[in-house]
Design a protein around this ligand. Sequence first.
Ligand code: DGL
Length: 274
Amino acid sequence: MHPGPIGIFDSGYGGLTVFREIAHALPEYDFIYLGDNARSPYGTRSFETIYQYTLEAVRRLFDMDCPLVILACNTASARALRSIQQHDLPAYGDRRRVLGVIRPTAERIDEFTRSGRVGLLATPGTVRSASYVIEIAHQYPDIRVYQEACPMWVPLIENNEHDGPGADYFVDKHIRRLLAQDPAIDALLLGCTHYPLLMDKIRRFLPRPDIAVISQGPIVADSLVRYLHRHPEMDALCTRGGSRRFLTTDRPEAFNEMARLFWGEPVASEYVSW
Ligand code: DGL
């Protein structure tokens, strides 16, 4: 097995909000980002489909010599990570790893709430998995998590409608429904890597200014830095040339246009077919 770049995977563009923070924290490392835009969104799909699609993406990144793949997608982390780790990774020996975004986020959740009441905004797939409820209960038994699935948010973002007036209705609706579950909720966790693009709108619809809105990018980046310190054997397999490659399973022109919003600078992506 050769050393190689760190792989970052998402169903589409959302993982770029995490990748941006990771690239900032680890500027000297090489990275390949893979967005499965042709099959996005994942959040409304079945467990079997999400698992199969995510596994294909992980294998593709392993084939490109990525020793470490980050599932920068909550839906894939919730629905596929454990199965991949248990059933598929052993075939690769101990020199290939896949990490998700749910556990690192759950580990830090206590920093954001005083009331111990947290609201989760996520895709239907992540909500159905109850992964955050389980993981946070495990880490912090006194913190209660309330969930709200937002099936329209990813399509609004992927279609560049997140700044438009059409998005107001759906943002307002889901925030209201979530906060109605417990007035003591004082932290809203954006449990989907797409949602930071709705940050301004989300803040606008909050009824109280003291409610924290948590996006995962900085948390996941910090966790990866610490992981590489703790695992020098994996760190040694990650090449350092400062390169960033962007791959998409759909049209690169469309990816480049949208990715700019998430990445903050122009992106030149390449097409990959399954
Ligand atoms: N960005 C993904 C997440 O974090 C979801 C997008 C999708 O539904 O495909 O959950």
